[in-house]
Design a protein around this ligand. Structure first.
Ligand SMILES: [Zn+2]
Length: 308
């Protein structure tokens, strides 16, 4: 800080010297103007002394110069002068206008792109709604069809059950009539396949109807199975020696009894024989094939006996 003072003094001295005289620093614009004014003043002083009429001419010249300078300043301030400043402003304004127009174009393109994307999204959403509605309609149709099929199956099952029960009850009464016995109590369910004791007969209708699809088509099979089973259990119902022989022997005797009752009632034996043929031998029952042969043989024998 202390070293800067002498330099300021050195820089100030030449300025004072050059203010009144011509100096090498006269190249600057302000010094030139001052020198020109100084020369003009000197010439004006000389003219004042030599030619009084020239004074008015110089006065007019100064007025024009002043008014010209004022005009230039006003032009610069207004940006319409002839020194190139107006061109810069025009160029800047034009550039801003071009930039603004380009910005507007970009924004317009972006807005169009957003509008197109929104339309595509709306179409996709609409398609998804249509697909969901179609799937819902298909599910409703499937449910209606399933309900209809279940209803038909329920009706068919009820018809088959009613038919089986009616046939069993009729067979129970007819066998009792043939055997001249009181009609035993007949129950449907509460046992495995079928059962009997000295008090009554039990028949599982669901077991008898296994594999039956249409009661109208399978009416013969239902009748043959039901009557054969009721007749088989009738043997156990009448058998007062039950349990004193081997169970296989008792079962074969019951099957033969059933075959004879079927023949006396005019019922074909093969439906009951086919039902028995499905079961393998067990500890309580002989093989199904052997039981089926016992039914068929007894049925044929009874038919021949009745015909003779
Ligand atoms: Zn039996």
């Amino acid at each position: 800080m202390e070293q800067s003072k002498p330099s300021r003094r050195k820089a100030a001295k030449p300025t004072k010297k050059s203010s009144g005289t011509k100096s090498p620093a006269a190249g600057r614009g302000g010094t030139k103007k001052k020198s020109a004014r100084s020369e003009t003043s000197t010439r004006s002083t000389r003219a004042k002394k030599s030619r009084p009429e020239a004074r008015s001419v110089n006065r007019e010249g100064r007025k024009r110069a002043v008014s010209s300078s004022v005009a230039r300043v006003s032009d610069v301030q207004a940006g319409t002068g002839a020194d190139g400043t107006s061109d810069i402003w025009k160029w800047v304004l034009g550039l801003l206008a071009v930039g603004g127009a380009a910005f507007g174009v970009v924004k317009s393109v972006e807005a169009k792109q957003h509008a197109v994307a929104a339309q595509v999204a709306e179409r996709q959403a609409s398609n998804h709604r249509a697909e969901a509605e179609a799937a819902s309609r298909r599910a409703a149709d499937m449910e209606r069809r399933a309900t209809r099929e279940c209803g038909r199956a329920d009706i068919a099952e009820n018809r088959a059950r009613k038919l089986a029960i009616a046939v069993a009850e009729a067979a129970n009464r007819q066998i009792a009539l043939l055997r001249r016995e009181d009609v035993p109590t007949l129950r449907f369910g509460g046992c495995a396949a079928a059962a009997a004791n000295g008090l009554g007969i039990w028949v599982d209708v669901d077991w008898l109807l296994s594999g039956v699809v249409d009661s109208a088509v399978d009416e013969g099979a239902i009748s043959g199975r039901v009557i054969g089973v009721v007749a088989h259990e009738w043997y156990h119902f009448l058998d007062t020696q039950r349990g004193t022989r081997h169970s296989h022997e008792e079962e074969l005797c019951a099957d033969g009894f059933a075959g004879r009752q079927l023949a006396r009632l005019g019922i074909p034996p093969h439906h009951f024989a086919d039902l028995l043929r499905q079961y393998p031998q067990s500890s309580t029952h002989p093989a199904g094939q052997r039981r089926a042969e016992a039914v068929l043989d007894a049925w044929e024998s009874e038919r021949r006996k009745s015909a003779s």
